[in-house]
Design a protein around this ligand. Structure first.
Ligand code: IDP
Ligand code: MG
Length: 142
């Protein structure tokens, strides 16, 4: 089992100046930071990243949104990282997310929900490789 997951602080949260507060929540919850950066993605990259959703009605909006401004991908490590991180971020819709979760605190809508978290170990490794090379993944707060 993998102990890694990929977070992405989404454009709404970066634009609302809450990226620092979100990183603080993640680190306080015991996740170790392997790598992070401020970057932007092209529609082609966003399309590949969200390829599983290409038949969904919100797909094009999601691509437009994820390419609308800077994002902060973060490679994280913790025991049972994928599941633990999904608990920390809460449900997709911030209105349905448990109080205190990152989406409840910082999300502003079902699309602009502040943060991404990988949904399986397999996807975590695939998604980390989208943004980081093996040599980027160094424990910086081990
Ligand atoms: P997740 O991020 O909680 O895993 P997914 O179903 O994988 O949720 O959807 C990916 C992203 O697409 C969500 O985080 C959100 O930004 C957006 N999204 C999901 N469902 C909807 C919807 O019904 N309307 C608009 N955007 C949506
Ligand atoms: Mg998902």
């Amino acid at each position: 089992m993998s102990n890694k997951t990929l977070a992405i602080i989404k454009p709404d949260a970066v634009g609302n100046n809450v990226a620092g507060a979100i990183i603080e929540k993640i680190q306080s919850a015991g996740f170790k930071t392997l790598a992070f950066k401020l970057t932007r993605i092209t529609p082609a990259i966003a399309g590949q990243f969200y390829a599983v959703h290409k038949e969904r009605p919100f797909y094009q909006d999601l691509i437009d949104y994820m390419t609308s401004g800077p994002i902060v991908p973060i490679a994280l490590e913790k025991e049972n990282a994928v599941e633990e991180f999904r608990k920390l971020i809460g449900a997709t819709d911030p209105k349905k997310a448990d109080p205190g979760t990152i989406r409840a605190l910082f999300g502003t809508g079902i699309e602009a929900n502040a943060i991404h978290g990988s949904d399986s170990d397999e996807n975590a490794l695939r998604e980390i490789a989208f943004f980081f090379s093996e040599s980027d993944l160094v424990l910086i707060n081990g």
